[in-house]
Design a protein around this ligand. Structure first.
Ligand SMILES: [Zn+2]
Ligand SMILES: [Zn+2]
Length: 426
């Protein structure tokens, strides 16, 4: 049954009310900013987040929050904050219908050389926090600190510090290691929230959408086998370069002719390699790229069509195609009912005029999708844009920096979501 009464956050005067929450976050802020800057200076890429993991574990230790390390191949950290008092039950969180709420931060950096010129810029060439995961980590540490000291928690909270979002699929590994069913933590997860700092949204604003928010991301690698010959006598061989050119053009017909015009598909060929000399037709050509889709069915249809087209076109040009697919992240799908609960909680916090119902999904990808495949989940955007007119650097750019001023709202939204009454049970 859905809880319709007041939540613990509804009365400003109540012990543990909103004013107390804002004060608690204020007190934590200098430490969270310092943590963010430390992580920013010492970025670590997917599955190498050993220093980051140590800093997180030490922070949780100081807070007296129970946690386990070694997740997802070694660098993931998971903390559990139990429910309080009447809500505590047997502590497992899965007997009385109150499963835990999971809050997730990704902790990895990107292989990019930073060009911000900031005093806390990365000290490592070729590594930087260009996606703002330093901000996500600081926000989740802030939530840990506030929640651990909060007088009343209706549900257990599982804090997920997840490695390898940038291509490594750390979320999938954590799920496979039993994060959600409670195999290792003893607490089953009922729903999950994750956020991403969003340079397109103004500071103080929040946004998301029900259903698909981010795309499925798959990669293809194609090798075309032809017959090598002198470039002046092409009739003696089979030209894989010409075949590749035809395949690349034909692949663009998939979005326009294989799926409906309102169903989004991106096929981008991003690498092409062939040949060693200007007067030799090579025996092989390679091309690779990415496929982005928003529906499971479309994803399967498009992959099949791509294979048919490439094999068919290559065959018609006297070549043979070898195609390898590397499955990327699934679609990040927000649970519609939980998204409405998010919108209500967000509107109570920042006012409805600062909550955006994002109209269209974006074709980027997120491995938060693996949690959302298994439990009702919401991934939402936290505004980072400081000035109305200037767009500023975007994610994955060498000039990008997470906005410290967005940390308090990030912490408060996560804390409030954790303090919501349990979602209607199955
Ligand atoms: Zn990223
Ligand atoms: Zn990211």
């Amino acid at each position: 049954m859905e809880h319709t009464g007041p939540t613990v956050m509804d009365s400003a005067d109540a012990p543990g009310g909103p004013a107390g929450l804002a004060r608690a976050i204020d007190r934590a802020l200098p430490e969270l900013v310092a943590l963010r800057h430390h992580l920013h200076m010492h970025p670590e890429v997917a599955y190498c987040e050993h220093g980051t993991c140590a800093v997180i574990a030490q922070g949780l230790e100081r807070l007296g929050v129970a946690h386990t390390t070694g997740w997802a191949g070694g660098t993931g950290v998971v903390a559990v904050i139990p429910a309080t008092g009447d809500h505590a039950g047997n502590g497992r969180g899965d007997i009385d219908g109150r499963r835990a709420v999971a809050l997730r931060a990704d902790i990895d950096a990107l292989p990019i050389t930073e060009r911000t010129g900031l005093p806390y810029a990365s000290v490592h060439a070729g590594r930087m926090h260009a996606c703002g995961h330093d901000g996500h980590t600081a926000i989740l540490m802030g939530a840990a600190r506030v929640l651990a000291a909060w007088p009343s928690r209706p549900r257990p909270v599982v804090l997920v510090f997840q490695p390898a979002e940038e291509g490594g699929g750390g979320a999938d590994r954590m799920c496979r290691e039993g994060l959600l069913d409670g195999a290792r933590t003893g607490v089953a997860v009922g729903c999950a929230y994750g956020l991403h700092g969003w340079p397109d949204l103004p500071l103080g604003h929040l946004g998301t959408r029900p259903g698909p928010l981010l795309a499925a991301t798959d990669e293809f690698e194609v090798t075309l086998h032809g017959v090598q010959c002198h470039a002046a006598y092409p009739q003696r061989g089979a030209d894989p370069v010409l075949a590749a050119a035809q395949c690349i053009s034909a692949a663009q017909s998939i979005a326009s002719r294989t799926v409906g015009p309102l169903d989004s598909v991106v096929v981008s060929v991003t690498q092409v390699r062939a040949g060693t000399a200007s007067n030799v037709i090579p025996d092989r050509a390679h091309f690779s790229g990415t496929l982005r889709t928003l529906k499971t069915q479309t994803r399967a249809t498009v992959k099949r069509r791509f294979d048919e087209l490439v094999r068919g076109v290559a065959g018609a040009m006297g070549c043979r195609a070898e195609i390898a697919w590397h499955d990327g992240y699934p679609v990040t799908h927000n649970d519609p009912a939980l998204t409405e609960r998010f919108f209500a909680a967000a509107a109570r916090l920042v006012g409805p005029e600062r909550v955006h119902r994002i109209e269209h999904p974006t074709m980027g990808g997120e491995d938060f999708s693996y949690y959302a495949q298994r439990v009702p989940a919401v991934f939402y955007c936290l505004g980072l844009r400081q000035q109305a007119q200037s767009p500023g650097p975007s994610l994955h750019q060498a000039e990008f920096d997470f906005t410290d001023a967005a940390i308090p709202l990030g912490v408060e939204m996560m804390v409030r979501l954790a303090l919501e009454p349990a979602e209607p049970g199955p």
